[in-house]
Design a protein around this ligand. Structure first.
Ligand code: ADP
Length: 616
């Protein structure tokens, strides 16, 4: 700054600068230049000048500080400044507060006779009384107590008392007078108590006692009665913390430091307005035009409103409510967005999985229905093959019944009623009838279009039942079925009819293979045994076995070496066995084919209700 000042000293003193020339502005503050309000206004002023002027501006600062040093004659200071700025070109002077204006009027006119001066932060009344001087203009501090009181009364409509807090500094007192004038308009319903010059601790203790019908107006407290200086904003913060009622005020620097609400002017706007005058002074060389005063507007602190339960809805329309707690979504908006997206994505995924599941389930059900139909059709085909033997098996008991009926009739006609013999005949008739109906029952069980059953049943028993169904067919083919059911744990879970269907198929294939051989080789042997993987059923014959080249294709659908064969029996058998969780294989034994089916044994009875593998 010193270098810049020295450089500027050699420049001419013609008023007005080209915007491309650098310039120097002297800021004289009448009090502590670091009061928050002055710092904020100064920063806004310098920002605006820098933004709107091409060449740089060099800022020089002096503080008169008559508040704390008022008893000292300022002539000494004036002399120091006169020496300091001798020959230094100053393009504009900014005078902050009334003491600075006073100093300028006393000494500056001689020191800087041609330099325009701009006052800032002086009372309007004071500005009006200034001597007419073309070089002096500025922006007064329009402290709006009227509007501030209206805001306070709208937030606390039941208020009956007002406490006004002010210091003893001239500025404090000027403002206090203005506040009192504003309060006079409400004197019919508000009693006023003035706390002037008291220490912050005394005021705080008093405010802590107040009832909700009291409003507190914090005017300014630059000094107390003992002359101790304060930063008003810091005093307010302390008082507000102790106060039992809301505190109102008129300066933006108070906002955020405990002020509930007030009519405030914007320090940024003030700084910008001063900057316009500074630029005009630098570049036009004069500041003849009066400056527009600034308008105050309602500002409130949401935290203080909440603290005292004040309704922000009562504030004037357009009031600037600051320090609103951001809502959860405002604070965590991107996290919320991510979570929402993840939820939507997850829901879509779940929906699509459910849809897929439903479709798959529907497809499975339709497949199951088709397979059940196929199995039924294949059982009907087997029944067709067995027609001759079935007819014979039913015919036999029917014939026996007929002969027994004939014998009984003859006995009755002979007139020699032998009761014992008749009873014997009737018992035979019943037995034969039962035999025939047993055959029909077994066939119906096999052929009915039954729903797929899942239950625990004995494989040994299922084999015996199957052998009974095929007994007549065996007789017809002059063949025999032998079995040796040695499995001890032969209980399996599933559909007994389907398993019977597999066994019938294996036995009929063995019969087919042995057709044309000597009767002693037309034998089918069925064995059951326990293995580590479950119960094993072996169906073997003595008919020479399967050609090695056919073995790999045996279970393929439509593979048949028979002239009238469909080639579906073994493929259906395998699908049934696999659906029961088992395996079926074909191999060649010593003198014939050997089919091995292994099924898992049923779990112990207490777990029998658990689901079993889906069967076709
Ligand atoms: P199909 O009996 O209609 O031919 P299968 O699937 O039941 O259909 O049998 C397929 C083929 O497997 C038979 O054509 C036959 O060549 C062969 N086969 C099945 N069982 C035996 C067996 N016990 N001995 C020899 N070949 C057999």
């Amino acid at each position: 700054m010193l270098a810049a000042a020295t450089a500027a000293a050699s420049e001419t003193t013609t008023p007005g600068r080209k915007p491309t020339d650098s310039a120097q502005v002297l800021v004289i503050t009448g009090s502590d230049p670091y009061l928050p309000a002055f710092v904020a206004i100064d920063a806004a002023m310098r920002d605006a000048v820098a933004k709107n002027r091409q060449a740089p501006v060099n800022w020089l600062y002096e503080s008169i500080d008559t508040l704390r040093f008022s008893s000292r004659p300022d002539q000494l200071l004036a002399d120091v400044l006169a020496r300091k700025y001798e020959g230094v070109r100053i393009d504009a002077i900014v005078l902050v507060t009334e003491p600075a204006v006073e100093f300028y009027l006393r000494h500056g006119a001689q020191q800087w006779p041609d330099t325009p001066a701009i006052y800032n932060f002086v009372a309007a009344q004071y500005a009006r009384e200034l001597p007419a001087d073309a070089r002096l203009t500025g922006v007064t501090a329009e402290v709006d107590f009227e509007q501030t009181l209206r805001i306070a009364l709208s937030l606390q409509p039941g208020a009956r008392r007002a406490i006004v807090i002010a210091g003893t500094a001239p500025w404090d007192q000027t403002l206090l007078a203005s506040a009192q004038r504003a309060l006079a308009a409400h004197s019919d319903h508000i009693t006023v108590e003035i706390l002037s010059g008291q220490t912050p601790s005394a005021i705080g203790a008093h405010l802590a006692q107040q009832s909700p019908d009291t409003i507190v107006l914090f005017v300014s407290l630059l000094a107390d009665a003992s002359g101790l200086a304060y930063v008003p904003r810091d005093v307010l913060a302390r008082l507000s913390a102790e106060s039992a009622v809301p505190v109102y005020g008129t300066f933006e620097s108070y906002m955020g430091s405990g002020l509930a609400a007030g009519a405030l002017e914007s320090f940024r706007a003030r700084g910008e307005r001063i900057s316009e005058l500074v630029l005009r002074a630098i570049d036009a060389g004069a500041s003849t035009l009066p400056a527009e005063p600034l308008r105050s507007h309602c500002v409130a602190d949401a935290r203080q409103l909440a603290r005292f339960g004040l309704d922000s809805g009562r504030l004037p329309a357009g009031c600037d409510v600051r320090f609103l707690e951001p809502t959860f979504f405002q604070r965590y908006w991107w996290q919320s967005l991510l979570v929402a997206l993840a939820l939507v994505g997850q829901s879509l995924l779940i929906a699509s999985l459910l849809l897929q599941h439903r479709r798959r389930r529907a497809a499975e059900l339709s497949l199951q229905a088709q397979r059940a139909q196929l199995l039924h059709a294949s059982r009907l085909a087997v029944a067709g093959e067995l027609t001759a033997s079935i007819a014979h098996e039913i015919n036999q008991p029917l014939g026996a019944i007929l002969s027994n009926a004939d014998a009984a009739e003859m006995l009755v006609q002979s007139g020699q009623i032998q009761r014992e013999e008749l009873l014997h005949i009737l018992a035979d008739i019943r037995r034969d009838d039962l035999r025939a109906s047993e055959v029909i029952k077994r066939l119906r069980a096999l052929l009915a279009r039954h729903v797929v059953d899942r239950r625990r049943f004995s494989l040994n028993q299922a084999i015996e039942d199957t052998a009974a169904i095929l007994r007549a067919e065996a007789r017809r083919r002059v063949a025999s079925i032998e079995y040796s059911l040695d499995a001890i744990q032969a209980d399996v879970m599933g559909d007994p009819v389907q398993i019977q269907q597999v066994i019938i198929n294996l036995i009929l294939n063995a019969f087919d293979a042995s057709a044309g051989l000597a009767p002693d080789r037309r034998r089918v042997r069925i064995e059951t045994s326990d293995t580590a993987r479950g119960v094993r059923v072996t169906v073997r014959d003595y008919a020479g076995g399967i050609a090695a080249s056919d073995l790999p294709r045996l279970f393929d659908p439509f593979f048949s070496t028979k002239s009238a064969g469909m080639g579906l029996g073994l493929s259906i058998a395998r699908s049934i066995v696999e659906a029961h969780g088992g395996t079926i294989t074909a191999a060649n034994g010593d003198i014939g084919a050997e089919f091995c089916m292994t099924l898992p044994i049923a779990p112990p009875t207490e777990y029998a209700e658990q689901p079993v593998p889906a069967a076709p």
